[in-house]
Design a protein around this ligand. Sequence first.
Ligand code: FBP
Length: 255
Amino acid sequence: MKFQNLVEPFLYKEKAMLLAYDHGLEHGPHDLIGKSFDPNYILDLAQKGKFTGIILQKGIAEKYYWGSSYSRYVPLVVKINGKTNIASTEPYAAINCSVSWAKKLGAKAIGYTIYLGSRREAEMLREFGKVQEEAHQLGMAAIAWIYPRGTDVKDESSSEITTYAARVGLELGADMIKIKYPGSRGSLQLVKRMAGRTKVLLSGGQITEETKFLEEVKEAIDLKIDGIAVGRNVWQREDALMFSQKIYHGIWPGE
Ligand code: FBP
């Protein structure tokens, strides 16, 4: 088995454009404005917007994706851990779905969040080690959301900690990492270098001005970042499909 090949279901011409939709758990209904409360609306957007993958927690995967026509067109990442934003404890995202159940739901990859620097980091490193091996054994990719966060993390988006996060992803055997924009071109370049053969996806973040986001995507692609995994910045817009098409053309110019 070639581990590098496990991410192929999510790549088109070597790049990935994933639609993230686990916010109902992570942030609550507050994020789900307009039509975005409806999982079918999001799945339709993923298909029509030519996303190369969709990220769901298991409940939505079971009730909306499994057995649907979308499952034939849009590869699935099941996010197997998560948390709400209600408790203000040290960040830790508990596992709520097994790797084998994600496989049954049709997932081609599992997603797992590691809060790097959290006082509960050790638990997450241990758990990720376990689920990464299980995923690989079942022929699935392991995608790590690596978000520096917790009492001991002074600056969650500094260049230093983001490049550290990228290297941690490689060391732990993540096939892809999902990180937040580190603030500058130079930092992004370093992230890519430190991640080695682990592919790097940029998170979308809160809804921003349209051109600002498209410029970030263009910059990332110029710097050979492997793609994006975006949620709110797409589906919180009224013109989400049109915006997805602009992102698509940003990632694959001339298509
Ligand atoms: P966005 O593109 O909307 O930022 O989504 C990316 C993501 O990682 C989601 O998968 C997740 O629900 C959310 O961000 C978590 O954000 P945070 O931990 O910063 O609250």
